[in-house]
Design a protein around this ligand. Structure first.
Ligand code: ACO
Length: 376
């Protein structure tokens, strides 16, 4: 038997060409390309093509991929009817987990796991996740649904379906950059979940449903909502110092800080910090950005927080708020992006599959007698 590692820390459980992280140096690359280059020059659609194929598309290839994606923005009528039946006070992460699972019910061949089939299904899930989220958001507000517009990019269409009006180019680009930065990140918990599920040769809908459940946790994707709640609890920038000191003194974790892999600044956070500052200025939310930098300064200074840097969730909270997204749609937006990465990993796992089946070290007693119920 191998050595036990709590939380599988330090265990290499897969080989991948999809993304590379050097946690000591603060490097993240998608298929060899530094994340900053993609965030500066690419689009979410092109990035997903890149993750799924390991090469950039040519102009006709990108046009074909984008057209196929846009043609699938609409969701099956049965799933749309399910949206209308969901409780209006359901949490969006629970709603999207249920609705992505429901997509499988309307697929005539949900269990097909040959690579072309999985790629095809993943494209539909990628296209339809934003629609399902926007539909649920409109439903819970008692507003009529806004049908997808196939002339729009995925980010633009999502904001359009959510708000009923076309977003500005600046808002569309901000969301697009967030989606690029959140699309993949090594063998994080939800990606591992995806690979574990498809390794049983189960279907892609089950894998995505499980991955959404994993991402919801406050130690993973749910942290961006925790960051926003914290920013809301701090009345002004002058209160940030005491708030964080008090939390650290109680040994509370500060949402949006720390990472299992990064022991340096998360490169996604450096990019988001620049984006958040600009958006905060443009939308009159500079106080949020200032509170964030004040928190970061305290964390930098405090011995108790030494070596604990902001992660992707810290500045994405301000960014999403400035885009106009309600707090409980922050983690669901992460889902939209990560469907791209989860799909890439499902394809990579299936191309060279081996069932995940680790051992557990048994620490209980042995050879106990069966105690008849009357004697217990
Ligand atoms: N605030 C204060 N202290 C922290 C924080 C934090 N955010 N994160 C870690 N620490 C401290 C721990 O208290 C611990 O200190 P100790 O050794 O004195 O006990 C030490 O740093 C190591 O922390 P662990 O929790 O053991 O590190 P682990 O690798 O298990 O955790 C995690 C990483 C879960 C992300 C953690 O940093 C955390 O809970 N952060 C807050 C939640 C968060 O932002 N999650 C999002 C991560 S990014 C993503 O999933 C998209």
């Amino acid at each position: 038997m191998g050595t036990y590692s709590k939380g599988l820390e330090g265990v290499v459980a897969a080989q991948t060409k999809i993304s590379f992280i050097d946690g000591e140096k603060g490097v993240l690359e998608y298929a060899g390309v530094p994340i900053g280059q993609l965030a500066s020059h690419s689009t979410f659609e092109e990035t997903v093509f890149f993750l799924w194929n390991g090469r950039f598309p040519t102009t006709p290839q990108l046009a074909e991929f984008t057209a196929a994606l846009r043609a699938r923005y609409g969701v099956p009528a049965g799933v749309e009817a399910m949206v209308a039946a969901l409780p209006k006070d359901a949490e969006p992460m629970h709603a999207i987990r249920t609705l992505v699972s429901a997509l499988g019910l309307y697929d005539p061949k949900p269990n097909a796991i040959d690579l072309p089939s999985v790629r095809d299904k993943a494209l539909s899930i990628l296209a339809q996740t934003p629609t399902l989220l926007a539909y649920f958001h409109r439903h819970r507000q008692g507003k009529p649904l806004v049908r997808p517009d196939a002339s729009l990019t995925l980010a633009e269409n999502f904001l359009y379906m959510l708000n009923g009006s076309k977003p500005t180019p600046a808002m569309t680009r901000a969301l697009d950059v967030c989606l690029i930065l959140h699309a993949d990140h090594g063998l994080n918990n939800s990606t591992f979940t995806t690979r574990v599920i498809v390794s049983t040769e189960s279907d892609i809908y089950s894998a995505m449903t499980g991955a959404i459940g994993s991402l919801r946790g406050p130690l993973h994707g749910g942290a961006n909502e925790g960051v926003m709640r914290m920013l809301n609890q701090i009345p002004s920038v002058n209160d940030a110092e005491k708030f964080i000191q008090d939390k650290l003194a109680k040994k509370d974790k500060i949402p949006g800080f720390g990472h299992r892999i990064y022991k340096a600044y998360d490169p996604r956070a450096s990019h988001l910090k620049v984006l958040a500052e600009q958006l905060a200025k443009d939308t009159g939310n500079l106080d949020l950005f200032q509170k964030s930098t004040a928190i970061e300064a305290v964390m930098n200074r405090e011995k108790a927080a030494k070596g604990i840097y902001p992660n992707v969730d810290f500045y994405s909270a301000t960014t999403y708020h400035c885009i106009g997204l309600p707090l409980d749609l922050f983690t669901p937006c992460f889902v939209i992006a990560r469907v791209g990465g989860w799909s890439a990993h499902a394809l990579e796992q299936l191309a060279d599959n081996r069932l995940f089946r680790p051992d557990a070290e048994y620490t209980g007693p042995h050879n106990l007698p069966y105690a008849p119920i009357a004697s217990r």
